[in-house]
Design a protein around this ligand. Structure first.
Ligand code: FAD
Length: 398
């Protein structure tokens, strides 16, 4: 078996590298690296998004008529690995990895024609209104209510943990339109404006003091019937379709490999500062183990990507990807924190534009905050316990 790239693939890799050399500025890389928040700051993510969109490389897996590429799986892998190696900021997923693929798969022609270009050019910035104070893992228990009046729905209720709701102009929501049947029935999927009198956004800070998410309260908020995806009362199937993309629609593992490279650099730096090579020996087995897991994830995600090409959604295997990727991210952040020892202890502000000098070393600044915030990855998008339940039922047939 030949695992080397062909000449054509090497040419493509060089083209990607040239683009990254030109467009991915040191400032973008450093700002993305400095933050400890789970999601990239909006300004940074949108600057990078616009550069990728101009090049036509923002949504490689989408159909070409909606801005996608004709890349094969190896090219997608090369692109995502090169971006991760170069330290490109993560893009914000709510538009590009959630509502976008959902619209392409289940939206009306009118919805696609209107919303898809606005997602790509950044005119619309989306947030996700699924969870409620009494409905997280048990999402189908949601109570936020919508009542139809002519060509509108009137919405009352509360959503919680709504990432970037304070920055978004659009929200997609699950609402209850009928309470008479099973809880999975009577749910409807709606898109609506955030900028309207019936929507109030209340901030919630993470334990690392970042403002990522919010509580959103609807009081007679309005959504148009034409902004419903799927039929009324049949939103549960729509919601699950979107979650498959949220949990595993891209090439995983590349970012982890680049984070592992960062640990190696830290270990080398600290060992040479202390003139103690035993420090390298101490960590090499742990680092190798993480690297093997990251590579395994890469191959698994490529397998899922090839099924996507035939027009499928990622399927319940996306639960496997979500669990593997997030468990690994947490292990990596734990080892990174362990490596820097007591330099992880001081609170180092990582907010955008901070000009306080770092304590110890600039590289240490965001490590403790990242470690704390990454605890969230095994919770959001459906907790990993829930993913294991899905795998047991839908993949293993238990
Ligand atoms: C950083 C972050 C960002 C988020 N962003 C968004 C967003 O933008 N939009 C949005 O709608 N939501 C968002 N969420 C919410 C997220 O989807 C929920 O937190 C998640 O679904 C879990 O729900 P919960 O918090 O109510 O916990 P609970 O459902 O109360 O679960 C508590 C614990 O019990 C376990 N548990 C529950 N039921 C079972 C079961 N049946 N079997 C085994 N274990 C079980 C869970 O795994 C968990 O450990 C975000 C969450 C975080 C942390």
């Amino acid at each position: 078996m030949n695992l080397n790239f062909s000449q054509e693939e090497i040419t493509f890799q060089n083209e990607v590298r040239e683009f990254l050399d030109k467009e991915l500025t040191t400032e973008l890389v450093n700002t993305a690296k400095r933050t400890s928040a789970v999601f990239t700051e909006k300004d940074v993510a949108m600057e990078w998004q616009s550069k990728l969109a101009n090049k036509g490389w923002l949504v490689p897996s989408w159909p070409e008529e909606y801005g996608g590429t004709d890349w094969n799986d190896t090219q997608k892998y090369i692109f995502s690995s090169e971006c991760a190696n170069a330290g490109a900021p993560n893009l914000i997923p709510m538009g590009l990895a959630m509502i976008g693929p959902l619209l392409l798969g289940k939206g009306t022609q009118e919805q696609k024609d209107y919303y898809i270009p606005r997602i790509i050019n950044g005119e619309d910035y989306w947030c996700q209104g699924y969870s409620e104070p009494g409905a997280g893992s048990d999402l189908a228990s949601l109570q936020c209510k919508a009542v139809r009046e002519g060509d509108k729905y009137i919405i009352n209720g509360t959503k919680i943990w709504t990432t970037h709701a304070h920055l978004a102009n659009k929200i997609f929501c699950l609402v209850r339109t009928d309470s008479s049947g099973r809880k999975q029935e009577g749910i409807t999927f709606l898109m609506m404006d955030m900028d309207q009198p019936g929507v109030k956004v209340e901030p919630i800070l993470t334990m690392a003091q970042d403002h990522d998410f919010n509580q959103v309260v609807f009081t007679d908020a309005i959504a148009l019937v034409k902004d419903r995806i799927g039929e009324e009362n049949e939103g549960w199937a729509v919601a699950k379709y979107l979650l498959e993309f949220e949990r595993g629609g891209g090439v995983g593992g590349s970012k982890s490999l680049s984070d592992i490279e960062f640990i190696k650099k830290l270990v080398d730096k600290i060992s040479s500062q202390h003139k103690d090579t035993s420090f390298v020996d101490l960590y090499s087995t742990k680092i190798n183990e993480l690297e093997i897991s990251a590579k395994a994830i890469q191959y698994t995600s490529l397998r899922i990507l090839s099924s996507l090409r035939s027009g499928d959604s990622p399927g319940p295997e996306s639960s496997m990807m979500k669990t593997l990727v997030t468990d690994l991210e947490q292990e990596i952040s734990e080892l990174t924190l362990e490596v820097i020892g007591y330099y992880g202890m001081p609170f180092q502000d990582t907010s955008f534009g901070t000009n306080e000098p770092a304590i110890g070393d600039e590289d240490y600044r965001s490590i403790a905050g990242k470690y704390q915030n990454l605890r969230a990855t095994t919770i959001y998008g459906g907790s990993n316990e829930i993913q294991r339940n899905i795998m047991a039922k839908a993949v293993l047939g238990l």
